[in-house]
Design a protein around this ligand. Structure first.
Ligand SMILES: [Fe+2]
Length: 369
């Protein structure tokens, strides 16, 4: 990737002019490999909600740049470990739950909740074998509001350095993060590069064209829908349309009446989005990962304030899913364009798509570091 290093100044200047990255950044498997090591293993990666880790013995699992991780609540508080057995490197824990011990399902090597290896069947017949030599490897863990993150880079800066201000902006929406309850969590897969999908997330230039329902609910006019670059994240804030509150829309949307008047959409760089829609207090998060250069995968979590009406929650989830499906059609098509390799670069509008540029400059800097 020496070539990339040399070209970083050129790429940043091109982005500032509105030129996009070369198509190979979206289609080359070597580029995705580099991203795993230089981006996803160097940054804070979302794992799951703290509400799954309330009691001693609670655990959740996830992936940090492809490294399986387990986060537990033990006698010391929250601790993270690489969720890979020191024996034959099978994953130790699966899913989430509560446990007294962490036992690998391959040969039953058994760790306590602090990661110490307590038992390895038949190891007593081995010479020079001490269980003390094989604890689970630690990984850094911190929380932001109700969410737990992990970082594979032991020298990383604290999580709040990057995303602390997000909590203040969310508070302005009227949402009380600590009161939200996890409603559902689902895995998803998509047929586009993860950056293709997040660039789409970062602009609403396409909203009037491609999202009739969304544009009927939210005022997506360039002068009222605010896109803001922050140092380590970006935000988009829009307001519910009066016509939507009055139920006077051409297309069917969900009932947007409620205490939350703003729509807020955040990308916490590099790969976590947080979405709030007008109406009853609600929030969703999406975790995005590459699955090779031409595919992405991740999970979505839906949260609501206590007492949400089930039907309303399902309507909002369906509304969001419709927007997501409309976006998938767009990004699948962009990925086909990128795979063709011509034109080799595209052109962003610097007044409407500046968040894409900001995000890509962040990516280029990490890749060329
Ligand atoms: Fe969209």
């Amino acid at each position: 990737m020496q070539q990339v290093v040399n070209k970083s100044g050129e790429l940043l200047a091109a982005l500032d002019r509105g030129e996009s990255l070369p198509s190979s950044w979206y289609t080359d498997s070597q580029m995705t490999e580099e991203e795993i090591h230089k981006i996803f293993r160097k940054t804070w990666q979302y794992v799951g909600p703290t509400q799954k880790l309330k009691h001693a013995g609670d655990y959740i699992t996830g992936s940090v740049g492809g490294i399986p991780v387990v986060i537990v609540r033990n006698e010391k508080g929250l601790e993270g470990f690489i969720n890979v057995c020191r024996h034959r490197r099978h994953e130790v824990m699966k899913g989430c739950g509560n446990a007294k011990l962490m036992q690998c399902r391959y040969h039953a090597w058994t760790y306590d909740m602090c990661g110490e290896l307590k038992a390895a069947p038949r190891s007593d017949r081995e010479e020079n074998f001490s269980t003390a030599d094989y604890p689970l490897l630690p990984i850094k863990v911190e929380t932001l509001g109700p969410w737990v993150f992990a970082n594979a880079d032991a020298g990383c800066k604290p999580l709040a350095t990057f995303f602390g201000p997000v909590l203040d902006i969310i508070a302005e929406s009227g949402i009380e993060l600590d009161s939200l309850e996890l409603w559902s969590r689902e895995q998803w897969e998509a047929r586009a590069n993860w950056k293709t999908m997040l660039e789409n997330y970062l602009e609403c230039y396409h909203c009037p064209v491609a999202h009739p329902g969304f544009s009927a609910a939210i005022d997506v006019d360039q002068d009222s829908y605010k896109l803001t670059e922050h140092e380590w994240f970006s935000s988009q804030i829009g307001y519910v349309r009066q016509s939507a509150l009055e139920g006077d829309t051409k297309v069917k949307i969900y009932d947007a009446k409620g205490s939350v008047k703003q729509a807020q959409y955040f990308l916490l760089y590099p790969n976590l989005t947080i979405n709030i829609n007008p109406g009853f207090p609600n929030l969703s998060v999406d975790f995005w990962m590459p699955d090779g250069p031409n595919r992405a995968k991740g999970f979505s979590e839906q949260y609501f304030a206590p007492g949400v009406d089930k039907k309303w929650a399902e309507e909002l989830i369906a509304f969001n899913a419709e927007v997501g499906e409309e976006d998938d059609v767009l990004t699948n098509s962009v990925q086909l364009g990128l795979l063709g390799g011509e034109p080799s670069v595209g052109r962003f509008l610097t007044n409407s798509e500046h968040l894409c540029i900001h995000f890509l400059k962040y990516i280029v800097r990490l890749m060329c570091d």
